[in-house]
Ligand binder design. Structure first.
Ligand code: HEC
Ligand code: HEC
Ligand code: HEC
Ligand code: HEC
Ligand code: HEC
Length: 307
């Protein structure tokens, strides 16, 4: 027992060491960490550039050449706050280059600027770059009007429009509603009802999560009472599978379909609650159980006394 524990702990430490080593050996990180300090101005410029790109203004990086190394630093700083940093997804994973050389010119071989149409980070190529690891999201995204417009060289959001580089966060409801509204509004006449519908859809997805929690509680209680929960469990599993796939399905940007699938999940979760045989926590009168057992005791007492 002791030995097994030691082995587990030792392999854990070994794994952590490997991860830390992998990050430490990456020249992109080593060098970019030491570049010029992060400034608010660089951040602003970076945002301007992103907006240029989204509006299809060919903004060459050279127009802001003096600040490029500050941007390189600020992007490093943003990256350190990302889940990618946590999982050692490093600069070269998206920008290519040679992460084992600490000579800038050699390290940068294969790294191209985001304004170049063949760059891995040129906004029209970004979905394919991300698809190396996020294939499921990409496969859904490929079915969307957004992707079709992107490929038809028209204005449309790409992955990092909604997941800002380099933090690559998942936006919350209010943040992404504002973001959708930057294109989906009455002035631009691109389906202006979308932002509200999108929030609605994600709220429904929240409801599915709540119904699943209720079903899980009901099944737990039913099990404690020794009931057969196999049917209820199957329905719960279906609801969970739907829940887990929703963030992926979302990327097809087909809101009616997303809503239908979510509704199905909610139905599964609710049927599971009913089929568990445990009544949902209705506001049952407190003390009802006590009264019932008291009546039981009294009747038994009366029965025994009769004899
Ligand atoms: C020895 C230091 C050093 C190393 C190693 C290094 N960089 Fe850079 N990088 C810089 C500097 C400095 C800049 C600012 C622009 C310039 O001077 O070229 C920069 C700029 C960039 C840019 C902006 C676009 C461009 O071409 O100017 C990207 C993207 C980039 N680096 C990615 C990487 C990646 C990916 C790696 C690892 C494979 C890496 N860098 C390794 C120093 C380095
Ligand atoms: C998950 C993918 C991903 C990772 C990891 C990543 N980047 Fe980027 N990076 C992008 C994308 C996409 C863009 C283009 C969007 C934009 O214009 O800012 C970009 C743009 C840049 C730019 C702006 C220069 C240009 O060519 O427009 C710099 C500098 C940069 N990244 C540096 C880095 C550094 C340094 C790291 C590592 C600390 C890093 N990136 C990690 C995806 C990534
Ligand atoms: C080399 C693999 C790799 C590449 C390339 C990559 N990612 Fe990731 N990404 C990961 C890993 C690993 C995680 C963390 C585990 C997870 O959430 O699945 C992650 C997480 C995320 C998350 C969730 C963040 C959170 O806070 O929950 C988003 C959003 C994301 N990536 C977007 C992107 C985008 C956009 C691109 C392309 C510009 C990209 N990724 C490229 C591997 C990658
Ligand atoms: C950069 C601009 C842009 C941004 C940002 C954007 N969209 Fe779109 N979206 C478009 C364009 C353009 C279309 C295609 C409209 C058309 O051809 O009818 C579209 C179409 C759609 C459609 C399909 C509409 C239909 O009638 O079938 C959905 C759904 C959608 N977007 C959802 C969203 C959501 C949700 C967000 C925010 C998370 C968002 N979009 C952000 C530009 C954008
Ligand atoms: C128009 C905006 C938009 C675009 C474009 C977009 N996403 Fe997302 N993405 C979102 C939103 C909103 C969520 C959160 C969805 C949810 O909670 O169900 C999300 C969630 C994610 C997640 C987290 C999934 C999880 O399991 O939690 C990843 C990873 C991701 N997106 C990657 C990508 C990649 C890769 C692309 C490009 C192929 C992309 N996104 C394009 C808006 C977008």
């Amino acid at each position: 027992m002791r030995i097994r524990k030691t082995i587990i702990i030792a392999s854990f430490i070994f794994l952590i060491a490997i991860f830390a080593g992998a990050a430490a050996d990456n020249s992109c990180l080593d060098c970019h960490e030491k570049l010029t300090a992060f400034s608010e101005k660089a951040k602003e410029l970076n945002e301007v550039r992103i907006k240029h790109l989204q509006r299809d203004v060919a903004c060459s990086i050279d127009c802001h050449a003096t600040t490029i190394d500050e941007i390189a630093k600020s992007n490093y700083e943003q990256w350190t706050h990302s889940k990618h940093a946590l999982f050692t997804i490093t600069c070269d994973n998206c920008h290519s280059g040679n992460s084992s050389s600490d000579v800038k010119e050699i390290a940068h071989i294969g790294v191209s600027r985001s304004s170049e149409t063949n760059s891995t980070v040129f906004y029209r190529n970004v979905p394919e770059t991300c698809s190396k690891c996020h294939l499921n999201e990409f496969n859904q995204f490929k079915n969307s009007l957004h992707y079709q417009r992107l490929k038809a060289l028209k204005q449309a959001p790409t992955c990092d429009t909604c997941h800002e580089p380099h933090e690559f966060k998942v936006l919350n409801k209010t943040q992404f509603q504002d973001l959708c509204s930057s294109c989906h509004n009455t002035d631009m006449k691109i389906a202006p009802d979308i932002p509200e519908k999108a929030v609605n859809a994600l709220e429904n997805a929240e409801e599915l999560k709540n119904e699943i929690k209720k079903a899980q509680d009901a099944i737990k209680q039913a099990k404690q009472k020794g009931k057969d929960v196999s049917v209820a469990q199957k329905e719960l599993d279906s609801a969970i599978a739907i829940r887990d796939n929703l963030p992926i399905l979302w990327h097809s940007f087909n809101l009616p379909h997303f809503q239908n699938v979510t509704e199905n999940g909610i139905i599964y979760a609710r049927t599971s609650q009913t089929d568990s045989g445990v009544p949902p926590e209705e506001p049952s009168t407190p003390g009802f159980g006590t009264i019932l057992s008291l009546t039981g005791i009294i009747s038994i007492y009366l029965l025994v006394r009769r004899r």
